[in-house]
Design a protein around this ligand. Structure first.
Ligand SMILES: Nc1nc2c(ncn2[C@@H]2O[C@H](COP(=O)(O)OP(=O)(O)OP(=O)(O)O)[C@@H](O)[C@H]2O)c(=O)[nH]1
Ligand SMILES: C[C@H](OP(=O)(O)O)C(=O)O
Length: 210
């Protein structure tokens, strides 16, 4: 099994621009990456991942970093096409990922295992079928389900709140504050974020003055 964690650190998490500065978004993306790598490293039976990054990284991660400046889909498809073993792709923004949740991704022996995101993306997958290829962005979970069917691959879908929560939008920060046990939750709290309730009863992350 080859495990890759795609990462694009140049201008990450643009959907969080309303609540984090550009420098904070870069820092937060790096902290989430470290949480994901830590969770993977504590998941029994899972080989050491490599980071598939668009640029070389100045942080010391204790894992291999492969640089490919192409967009996400061609970069991942190149790994799928060239690997002689099953490939797992786990996104770097899964700040709630834990070994227990990740074990479910690796436990299935289906040809294609998909962990959908809450907005119909694909937060993690395992591909054992040699012809399966990815097409990220948009409703990629639906596209990947169809792609698996087209190549005759057996499919398993992992229904996990922790793996479904990719941190893209301000609303996702409340999930991190409520359920995160890693560095990303601490990073948010250190920058003044806390759970707050609106008059209509909805819960969101509020930033208090630092
Ligand atoms: N290697 C690689 N990884 C990417 C690329 N684009 C995004 N990623 C990674 O793929 C995962 C999902 O990324 P997105 O949430 O779609 O993009 P993002 O840049 O983090 O956030 P937005 O700017 O809000 O879209 C994250 O782990 C990103 O770091 C890319 O072009 N190449
Ligand atoms: C990579 C992409 O992530 P999103 O842009 O949906 O967060 C996807 O899941 O297809």
């Amino acid at each position: 099994m080859e495990v890759v964690v795609p990462f694009s650190p140049t201008d990450p998490k643009t959907r969080l621009s309303g609540v984090l500065s550009a420098a904070e978004r870069r820092e937060f993306a790096g902290v989430m990456l470290e949480d994901v790598l830590d969770a993977l490293s504590r998941t029994r039976g899972v080989p050491e991942p490599s980071v598939l990054s668009t640029v070389s990284l100045d942080r010391d991660l204790d894992v291999d970093v492969v640089v490919d400046d192409r967009a996400l889909t061609p970069a991942v498809n190149d790994v799928l096409a060239s690997s002689t073993e099953p490939v797992a792709v786990v996104m770097a923004d899964l700040a709630l990922a834990t070994p227990t949740a990740l074990r479910r991704l690796f436990a299935s022996d289906a040809d294609v295992v998909l962990a959908p995101g809450r907005r119909v993306g694909t937060n993690a997958l395992v591909a054992r079928h040699p012809e399966f290829r990815v097409d990220y962005h948009g409703a990629s979970f639906v596209d990947h389900r169809e792609a698996a069917a087209q190549v005759g691959a057996t499919l398993s879908v992992v229904d996990s709140h922790r793996l479904a929560t990719d941190v893209d939008e301000p609303g996702d920060l409340a999930e991190v504050l409520a359920h995160g046990a890693g560095a990303a939750a601490d990073w948010l709290r250190d920058r003044g974020f806390a759970l707050g309730e609106r008059a209509d009863g909805s819960v969101h992350a509020v930033r208090h003055d630092e």
